[in-house]
Design a protein around this ligand. Structure first.
Ligand code: ATP
Length: 367
């Protein structure tokens, strides 16, 4: 398996920039997810790593070798598509063994490796079946089998579960992750589904409008979003973003919104801008007996173990995720507390987070 390093990767289609100066590293054996909304440049990035698209400029190295302008067939990687791309006139065994046949591998070895892959994917019983009658999940397993059998340096997957219904998707997510854990193969995986990304990735790279917003472990970017975009893109419901005008000086441990003082994690560097935003995830907004921050419940959404409350508060609309056993109803007045250790203050002019002591510690711990 291999590590993949990408430096200043740039792709233009005529005047349109699809990928802008991307620099990142995928470590050997990592499950690396490219996440972002439609059109942000995920697939183009993946296709350039695969050699299916050539970069306008920049460099891609696989295991130290510069492959930036090599054709796909000259790179030792396997691609798994959403639409399976199986050969309909071949059965499962023939589909899986096809890449080895093309490489001229001996019959006995092909037989052995097909058996090995079928065992990994638990599809031994399907080997002699035609692919036409298979379920979507089994078709995707066969498609994975055809990729695995080559023992490539890396697997590249473009929304491979996109064609499956949600229940099956969930099952295949766990299967893929388990498969990855067993094989330890470097995998680059494209999705626009944040839950899929969070549940499978070792590392997520969030993209938006052709640029990288943030790269990090799922928990890290969930807890410490670099930008307002990442804060809103991850989480269901997403982070509360309360826009306000004011200032934050170095060392400040509170902000003032609509004359209400809100405690925040201690700011490391002050900023000049007056356009700010306070971010706090719904699970860090709690109901308390008394505080200076009051609100009125506008909606209650029951979700089993928790409930999400929409609250019109003195600093703006807030969502709170609280235990579903707490007895609340629409129209009720409540007092709120935001956990200062889990707040983020953003500069709305740059869209970037303003560094606080918790972020700083976490960045150093991750580095
Ligand atoms: P999706 O999830 O919808 O596939 P994505 O993040 O994977 O989105 P890309 O497919 O990488 O996005 O496309 C990024 C942008 O580049 C899009 O606006 C797309 O229209 C454009 N684009 C992609 N391929 C081409 C091409 N061959 N010619 C012109 N524009 C292209």
């Amino acid at each position: 398996m291999a590590d993949i390093t990408v430096a200043n990767l740039h792709k233009r289609f005529d005047r349109f920039v699809a990928v802008k100066n991307s620099t990142f590293t995928i470590n050997d054996g990592e499950f690396f997810v490219l996440l972002g909304p439609s059109g942000c440049g995920k697939t183009t990035t993946l296709r350039m790593i695969a050699g299916l698209e050539l970069p306008t400029s920049g460099q891609i190295k696989i295991e130290g070798d510069d492959v930036s302008f090599l054709r796909a067939s000259q790179r030792d990687i396997a691609f798994v598509f959403q639409m399976f791309a199986l050969y309909p006139h071949m059965n499962v065994r023939q589909n899986i063994s096809f890449p080895l046949k093309c490489q001229g591998v001996a019959r006995a070895e092909i037989k052995e490796r097909v058996a090995e892959v079928a065992d990994i994917l638990r599809i031994e019983h399907l080997l002699d079946s035609p692919v036409g009658g298979l379920s979507s999940g089994d078709k995707q397993r066969v498609s994975l089998g055809r990729a695995i059998i080559r023992k490539p340096q890396a697997f590249l997957m473009d929304e491979p579960l996109g064609a499956l219904d949600s229940e099956f998707r969930h099952l295949m997510c766990s299967e893929l992750k388990e498969l990855h854990n067993r094989m330890g193969a470097t995998t680059v995986y494209v999705t626009h589904d944040q839950l899929e990304a969070m549940s499978m990735a070792d590392k997520i790279m969030v993209m938006n409008h052709s640029v990288i917003e943030q790269v990090g472990a799922p928990q890290f970017i969930y807890d410490f979003p670099n930008t307002i975009f990442v804060a809103k893109f991850l989480g269901e419901p997403s982070m509360n973003i309360i826009e306000f005008e004011g200032s934050v000086a170095q060392g400040a441990d509170s902000v003032c919104i609509n004359s209400i003082k809100i405690a925040v994690a201690r700011i490391v560097e002050g900023v000049q801008t007056k356009k700010l935003a306070l971010g706090v995830r719904p699970e860090h907004v709690s109901l308390v007996e008394f505080s200076h921050l009051k609100g009125m419940i506008d909606a209650v959404e029951y979700l089993g173990t928790t409930q999400v409350l929409t609250i019109n508060s003195m600093i703006g609309k807030l969502k709170a995720r609280v235990d579903s056993h707490i007895d609340v109803e629409r129209g009720q007045q409540v007092y709120l507390q935001l956990n200062p250790e889990h707040t983020s203050v953003f500069d709305r002019e740059t869209d970037q987070v303003i560094m606080n002591t918790r972020y700083e510690e976490a960045y150093h711990a991750q580095a």
